[in-house]
Write a protein that binds this ligand. Structure first.
Ligand code: FAD
Length: 306
């Protein structure tokens, strides 16, 4: 059995692995895809101390750093269930195997919800973006749309309006669903247009995005907006289905953690995009991974050996 078993090999899991291994305890990482969301990222320019890099390069660096320590890396393994126990927590894998550990750190991350229209997949990283904190500056002075009028969409539109030339916000519903204070701020901005009751039907482009087509749901008419970027903001889904009923989750499915990364289950910690910690970013996930590993170590030294 392990002392610390980490489930998920993104920035949070990698940081947790390095911190745990440096304590000289038996550490394992089981993950479906080592690197996580970073593998789908083109440019990274906000991981402090690395002025710019590329996602796949960053993912390799994460794995190399972990491999520099005595860590049992189990790739292509998907966790299916968590079973808390007296001395050990068990993680059942989809392969049928099962792993036991005195502590577990869950860092299974999240995924952006897609709108599933023609052009979205094709122009991902070529004008289609999901993270305004990450990719906003790439569109400096240009025209963008934000799809989604909930809190994250309206926050994104406000944020982007300060960087880009013009923002078009497209909401499917008849009204925006964001908090009133955000809507008021949005309406005060001169370079933002808002279309409600509007269904995005296609993202067009040649090499990169050049437009968005939406349907006015009242009239059925199609309209084209000429632009260079589209930010999809219709929700971030945490990869926590396998924990339902075992670990306390928020109403959005995020693992509820305290300031030390402790979950509702003793000996089980969590870090990164899968948790209630706000702002889903690499540097935040990595910091929280380190924190969860230190908390797991703290738990181990206070718990009698089985
Ligand atoms: P993830 O990176 O999501 O990693 C989760 C890990 O868990 C993966 O290894 C996955 O395979 C594994 N996993 C999931 N479910 C299971 C399971 N059941 N069993 C086993 N393993 C499982 N952030 C920035 O700071 N800067 C940027 O420029 C930036 N650009 C981005 C661009 C894109 C296109 C995307 C999608 C995200 C971007 N982000 C950026 C956000 C950043 O990638 C995430 O905040 C960060 O990767 C979160 O790290 P994590 O370790 O919590 O989760």
């Amino acid at each position: 059995p392990f002392d610390v078993l980490i489930v998920g090999g993104g920035p949070a899991g990698a940081a947790a692995a390095v911190y745990a291994a440096r304590k000289g305890i038996r550490t394992g990482v089981a993950s479906e895809r080592f690197g996580g969301q970073v593998l789908d990222t083109l440019g990274i320019e906000n991981f402090i101390s690395i002025k710019e890099t590329e996602g796949p390069k960053f993912a390799i660096a994460l794995e190399e750093h972990v491999r520099a320590y005595d860590v049992d890396i189990m790739n292509l393994q998907r966790a299916a269930a968590l079973v808390p126990g007296q001395d050990y927590v068990e993680v059942k894998l989809e392969s049928g195997a099962s792993l036991k550990s005195r502590t577990v750190i869950i860092s299974t991350g999240a995924r952006w919800r897609n709108i599933n229209v023609p052009g979205e997949h094709e122009y991902k990283n070529k004008g289609v973006a999901y993270c305004p904190h990450c990719d906003g500056p790439l569109f400096k002075g240009k025209r963008v749309a934000v799809v989604g009028g909930g809190n994250s969409g309206v926050e994104a539109a406000i944020d982007l309006a300060g960087i880009v030339g013009h923002v078009t916000l497209i909401e499917y519903d008849q009204q925006l669903r964001a908090d009133e204070v955000l809507q008021r701020k949005l309406r005060s901005l001169k370079n933002v247009d808002v279309f409600t009751n509007a269904q995005t039907t296609e993202i067009t482009g040649e090499q990169t995005v050049n437009g968005l087509i939406y349907k006015d749901r009242a009239s059925g008419d199609l309209h084209t907006v000429a632009l260079e970027g589209v930010f999809i903001q219709i929700g971030l889904v945490p990869n926590t289905d396998w924990l339902k009923g075992v670990v306390e989750l928020s109403k959005h499915g995020e693992i509820v953690v305290d300031a030390k990364g402790q979950t509702s289950v003793p000996g089980v910690f969590a870090a990164g995009d899968a948790t209630t910690v706000p702002f889903k970013q690499i540097i935040i996930a990595a910091g929280d991974g380190a924190k969860a590993a230190l908390s797991a170590f703290d738990h181990l030294i206070r718990t009698p050996m089985p």
